[in-house]
Write a protein that binds this ligand. Structure first.
Ligand code: SAH
Length: 355
């Protein structure tokens, strides 16, 4: 099965050298293959490799385990990408253009197991984890789309729970930050988690001080339990303790994501409760106006409520910003594009680019 074939895009230099040597190729071929892979090039374009080696490689491996199926460009420059995988699953990515450079948002799983009430990614559960090769491959393809501008940041905030795919995600973090591959500074990589306490503690000890974002979305366990099933096994006191541990181990502040949901968590008293929980912690709160998900019955707070919530937190000494809304017109929120694609299967009527 194609899925089981070795994925070159997921091999670090040691693995790639060993793999090529196993096929009888001299050691300098590893750097040549790597140079093509990082530019998003597949076997067809690897012009400096001998035909016999390419033939062998095609038999036993895939170079790029992802390809771009759809590209949707928003008015604001945000580009939503739909990637196709070898087993014909699809996952999303987003290229966002900020003043400080290009940020790529990547998925880490096909679907998601966590069941958050407001999130489209989890509607059909988790189908499978993504491999390190698929994640690297998507980053390479996104980089070739954004070229000549380099990817400046990567955020693991697409579909899936990164810490529920721990080994592949950590391998991805090592490769993406390695100068041998993407060379993106580890501080320019963010990992967003719904708050899996044990895995957060393990991550703190990896020597990979990524920016940790925690999807909090509530000031209390009673509200959190209503919208995030994961909160039951990972209650707030333990979660905040894990955050403090991460801050201590990495010297990095933690970012708390808080989606404001009308009638649930968006009132000034919720801001006050949140502030009292976070007081004294080296952290920042990122308020997210909820993207309405038609499949669910939850609506975002009004702009006025968002401003009031922000003002309340500020007054209580909490560092806070409101996330800019990008890509609304291209189904920019988690899982929305994939959900739409699943509803209206091939051919994608709005295909704008791709292959
Ligand atoms: N599983 C990880 C990463 C993926 S979600 C996590 O939970 O953090 C990335 C962020 O988007 C999370 O903060 C998530 O809660 C948020 N999100 C999901 N659906 C959303 C929606 N409809 N509107 C706004 N934010 C949403």
């Amino acid at each position: 099965m194609s899925e089981a074939r070795a994925q070159l895009a997921g091999m670090d230099m040691g693995a790639l050298s060993a793999f090529l040597q196993g096929l009888g190729a001299p050691s300098y071929r590893a750097a040549q293959v790597r140079d093509w892979l990082v530019r998003g090039v597949d076997f067809d374009g690897m012009r400096n490799l001998p035909a016999a080696l390419l033939e062998r490689l095609r038999e036993v491996s895939v170079a790029q385990p992802a390809r771009v199926l759809e590209r949707h460009k928003s008015q604001d420059g945000t580009e939503k990408l739909l990637f196709g995988l070898m087993d014909s699953h699809v996952v999303e990515g987003v290229l966002m253009r900020y003043a400080h450079g290009i940020t790529l948002c990547l998925s880490t799983q096909v679907g998601c197991l966590m069941g958050c009430a407001f999130c489209a990614s989890t509607l059909e559960g988790k189908l499978r984890d993504l491999t390190r090769g698929e994640m690297m491959g998507m980053a390479y393809l996104a980089g070739s789309i954004s070229a000549p501008e380099r990817l400046h940041n990567i955020v693991l905030m697409g579909s899936g729970e990164p810490l529920d795919n721990y080994d592949e995600v950590v391998a991805f973090l090592r490769m993406a930050s390695s100068p041998d591959f993407l060379g993106i500074g580890i501080r320019h990589i963010s990992l967003s988690t719904c708050g899996l306490v044990d895995r957060m503690k393990r991550l703190a000890g990896e020597g990979l001080p990524v920016t940790l974002s925690v999807s909090l979305h509530a000031p209390s366990d009673s509200i959190r339990n209503e919208i995030m099933p994961v909160a039951r096994a990972n209650p707030l006191p333990a979660l905040l303790e894990a955050c403090r541990h991460y801050i201590q181990m990495t010297g990095r502040r933690v970012i708390f994501e808080y989606a404001l949901i009308r009638g649930l968590n968006a009132e000034p008293r919720h801001a006050q409760e949140l502030a009292s929980r976070l007081r004294g912690m080296q952290c920042h709160v990122n308020l997210i106006p909820l993207n309405d998900v038609p499949e669910r019955d939850l609506r975002g707070a009004t702009a006025r409520e968002v401003r009031a919530f922000q003002a309340e937190l500020e007054a209580l000494g909490i560092s806070v910003t409101v996330r800019r809304r990008l890509g609304d017109d291209v189904a920019g929120a988690c899982g929305q594009l994939r959900a739409r694609r699943l509803k209206t299967p091939l051919p994608g009527a709005q295909v704008e680019g791709g292959e």
